[in-house]
Design a protein around this ligand. Structure first.
Ligand SMILES: [Zn+2]
Length: 280
């Protein structure tokens, strides 16, 4: 988009659109249904970036492919907004040192946006950056921001009420990848870890056996996974631990189904699926 905003993922793009409204054009790089952690950029991504006035990324190791892309785009004009900066203490936020952030990924978890309170912090940062880049649109941007912050607060209260319907002993999640760490912390759910300890890394036989033991010891009733990844390992773990698999969580990407094209729509779907899975 000429002179507009480019966000790296569909979820971040949805948050940016909620603030930008129709006032500023917004484009995204990683297509819906793809993983931003294993994304391989397309040639047209360089073109998109080179035309952007503002590039919005998550950082904290999510977009390890972006630094090379930004260099190739050589977009001298573009401002860069790293949404996670200062929220997680990042030793090497993109795009300063992408090489280091890959190793930093072991102790950095980038999935802050799945906690609506952190999503509010993201929205405030998007507001500040958009007003700075597009001052003529400030009034619309500020109105949109207020409305989005209110929607996120309402979502937060709704999630609290939903989780409250799950017996405390059943509030534990074992997932395919580590997307729900901050969400779990916010809502008092025990995070029992993930099948993949880092993006694309399958567990060894010993690690897999430990996951089965952990699932059994905690009486886990469902293994949670996402449609963009193969369900094979989640199904194997569920079969070995005598549990079910919930494979339709959307976290790193929005979905294509009706109502799934907004952050709130995605979260409503996910929380309903999580609560149903925990109650089995
Ligand atoms: Zn992820």
């Amino acid at each position: 988009v000429d002179g507009g905003v480019v966000a790296t993922t569909s979820v971040l793009g949805a948050l940016v659109r909620s603030v930008a409204g129709g006032a500023v054009p917004v484009d995204t790089l990683v297509p819906v249904g793809s993983s931003p952690e294993t994304y391989e950029p397309a040639p047209q991504d360089v073109v998109r970036l080179s035309h952007a006035r503002l590039v919005v990324l998550n950082g904290a190791g999510l977009e390890v492919w972006l630094e090379k892309l930004l260099r190739a785009a050589a977009s001298q004009q573009a401002s860069i907004l790293v949404l996670s900066d200062g929220i997680v203490v990042s030793p090497s936020s993109l795009p300063a040192a992408a090489g280091r952030s890959q190793s930093a990924r072991a102790f950095l978890n980038p999935h802050l946006w799945l906690d609506p309170i952190y999503a509010q912090a993201y929205v405030r940062r998007i507001q500040t950056a958009l007003v700075r880049q597009f001052p003529a649109q400030a009034r619309v941007i500020n109105q949109n921001t207020a409305a989005e912050l209110a929607r996120l607060q309402q979502l937060h209260r709704w999630i609290q009420a939903q989780i409250a319907t799950v017996p405390p002993s059943k509030r534990a999640m074992l997932t395919f990848h580590d997307a729900w760490y901050y969400f779990d912390k916010r809502y008092g759910i025990r995070d029992l870890g993930a099948i993949e300890s880092s993006p694309g890394k399958e567990p060894s036989a010993a690690e897999f056996a430990a996951l089965v033991d952990r699932a059994k010891a905690n009486h886990v009733r469902a293994i949670f996974a996402e449609p963009e990844f193969s369900r094979k390992l989640a199904d194997q773990l569920a079969a070995s631990a005598g549990t079910k698999t919930v494979i339709d969580l959307y976290d790193d990407s929005l979905g294509t189904e009706p109502g799934m094209d907004s952050y709130e729509g995605m979260m409503h779907h996910d929380v309903s699926a999580i609560v149903a899975g925990l109650k089995i």
